[in-house]
Each structure stands twice: as C-alpha cells, then as structure tokens.
Design a protein. Structure first.
Length: 79
C-alpha cells in the first residue's frame, strides 16, 4: 500500500497547504453529492453486508486514521 499511496500522492506533492485543503474539501463535497443521489432502495445496498454499505461504514474511521497521521506529521514537522 505504501508504494501505491506514494504513486497516487505524487501529483499532489506540489500543492501548498491551502490548495491541498481546498482539494480535500471539494472531493468531500463531490462525495456527499454523489451519496445523496443514491436511491434508498434497495435497502440492502446500505447494509454493512453489501460492499457499498460496508464502505460507508468504514469511511469515518478511515478518515480519522488519516487525520491522526496528518496531525502527527504536522506536530513532528512544526507545521
């Protein structure tokens, strides 16, 4: 995963903090718009047993994990 993450992050390395934050907020906004467009039925799609429902339940803890990594990096680098 480290190699994949490094490859995916390479184009973003040139962004400054404000640009990266804007990109993050825009991506989250687009995600929310897409999620709001998903129909409520069939209900099993929203279940944690379904890949889509599982992803939605996994997203908040995954986001917290990334937030902790960012906080730790900023603390270590005085940012």
């Amino acid at each position: 995963m480290s190699a994949i993450n490094a490859e995916l992050m390479a184009p973003l390395r040139a962004l400054d903090w404000d640009e990266a934050l804007r990109l993050l907020h825009r991506a989250r906004e687009l995600l929310m718009e897409e999620l709001e467009s998903v129909p409520e039925e069939p209900a099993d799609v929203w279940s944690p047993d379904h890949p889509f429902g599982w992803m939605l339940q996994a997203l908040p803890p995954h986001d917290r994990h990334h937030a902790e990594v960012i906080k730790r990096w900023r603390a270590e680098h005085g940012a």
